[in-house]
Every structure is written in C-alpha cells, then in structure tokens.
Design a protein around this ligand. Structure first.
Ligand SMILES: [Fe+2]
Length: 283
C-alpha cells in the first residue's frame, strides 16, 4: 500500500488496497501506522459490506455502540447517517466537533463508508488538533497545558438543545437526555501515545468551559481557540465518492459535515471504535 499526503499537516490517501479481502497482519500494522501518522486516511472504491466494515474497524479497536444512535440489532455499532433528498433541515454532524467528547470514554476513532453521495456537495471538513497545537501562540499553550476542559452534550441533552422538529438527523435516535449535560472533564491537551505529538482536545459543539473559569469567563478564550483550530491551514476538505472509506482519529481531529446538498440523498454508514482510554493520552 502507498500513502499520499493530502495536506501539509495531515490526511493521506491510501492506494493499493482491497479491503474486501482478508487483511493480513502486515497490512493491519501499516494501516495502524498510517492512522497514527496521518490522523485521517482515505481509501477509494472499496464498497465494503457491514461485516467488512466491522472487520476493518477491529484493526484499530473494538467497535463501540453509539448510545445516542445505535444501529439495528444485528449491527448495533453501525450508525446509518441518512439525509433524504426532500429534507430541508439540519444534518448529522453539521458543526465542528469530535464525536461524543461529552462521554466519560469518547470513541477513539471511526470508520465511515460512503454508500450514496450527492453529485456535488456533502463534503466533510476535518481539522488537525495537532496542527492547531503546534501553531498555537505560546500564552495559550501555557494556559492550557495541564488544564482540563468541561464537555457537555448540548445537542443530546437539555442545554441549548434545538427543538426536536429541527433535529432532522436520521443517524440519531435519542435526544433530550439530561445526563448528557453533566460536565465531563477531559484534558485540554492530549499526547498521542504512538507519535508523542501533542494536540488540543477542544471542540465548539461540546466544550463548555475551562477549568477554574466560569462559562462567561471561558467564552472569549474558547472562541479564539475555535477560530484558530478551524483556520484553513489546519483543515482538510474531503470530497466523497461512492464506495469510499475514511478512517479518522477522534482524539486528534475535529470534523464538520457540510449541509449544502438539498434535493439530493446522501447515505453513509459509520462504525466507531474504542482503543485504550483518554487518560492514556494525558501528559
Ligand atoms: Fe461526527
């Protein structure tokens, strides 16, 4: 297999693979290394079925059921993310976030397969939390290193949750859970256990406040961090094609589903995986 970088900071397209065949130990190791190094890996024309997708996820960790969007009983860890052509409302993942960072144990990463994509639009943006850390002004680094950030599941819980009729997100089945709004404290800065690279672990969908500060005091600092993380230089914009597989590191990236394809159907199938614990990424 070959890895071709997509941007100067992160992301790689992997070629020379057929993931429908049994994946041997050497390829598994290469894929794990590629994810550690590039954080987002893209493999075209794979057309995986659910079992093949599950086998691919298992290379990186145990498949994890999304408590807010479980799949069908045979494949509880498979979340179908569908937006129908007639839907005019929001889209699943339509804001910068890392998946489920408001849980005690957020998933380590995800494998997303494109089933049906619109003829244009429906891209996914990714941003590198490593790039954001590397380019962060020193005063911010001093302020955040060793501190914690409170995460709350506002789209899932009661805080700021949009009305249910505006939640046209078929990938999700459970909303309005007050438990999701309980503050979970995670380190603001994580260190990748394989590469030793540092990255921010802060996202605008779920990060509420900085340790030792109120929400109000935290807001201007967080706003500046969100602006910095989403600078174009720290981002990758992915154009989907049917059959494409994308694997991302959920502890070192954010993503954003662009909702610009009204009138067209889009269907994706996602499996998240867990691997170790977030605390292992702490300094
Ligand atoms: Fe997401």
């Amino acid at each position: 297999m070959k890895c071709n970088p997509i941007t100067g900071f992160f992301g790689a397209e992997v070629t020379g693979l057929d993931l429908r065949k049994k994946i041997d130990t050497s390829v598994k190791k290469q894929l794990q290394n590629a994810l550690s190094e590039h954080l987002v890996i893209v493999i075209r024309e794979q057309w995986l079925d659910a079992d093949q997708q599950r086998a691919l996820a298992k290379i990186f960790g145990e498949p994890a059921v999304n408590p807010y969007a479980p799949g069908l009983p045979a494949y509880p860890e498979m979340t179908h993310i569908i937006k129908e052509a007639k839907e005019r409302t929001g889209v699943f993942g339509g804001g910068w976030h890392t998946d489920l960072s408001f849980l005690d144990h957020p998933p380590r990463g995800s494998v997303l397969c494109a089933i049906e994509v619109p003829p244009f639009g429906g891209d996914t943006m990714f941003s590198s939390q490593h790039a954001a850390w590397d380019t962060l002004p020193e005063p911010f680094k001093i302020m955040l290193d060793g501190r914690k950030i409170a995460h709350v599941g506002k789209p899932y819980g009661v805080k700021w949750a949009p009305p249910i009729e505006e939640q046209s997100m078929k990938g999700s089945t459970k909303r309005g859970d007050p438990e999701a709004d309980r503050e979970r404290w995670h380190p603001a800065v994580l260190t990748h256990p394989v590469t030793g690279k540092k990255g921010l672990y802060i996202n605008p969908t779920y990060a509420l406040r900085i340790e030792g500060m109120s929400e109000e005091m935290s807001r201007p600092f967080l706003e500046e961090l969100f602006r910095h993380t989403s600078l174009p230089e720290h981002c990758l914009r992915l154009r989907w094609s049917p059959g494409m597989v994308v694997i991302w590191d959920n502890y070192a990236t954010q993503h954003y589903a662009i909702n610009d394809y009204h009138g067209f159907r889009r269907e994706m199938r996602r499996v998240a995986f867990k691997s170790g614990r977030l605390e292992e990424w702490s300094n």
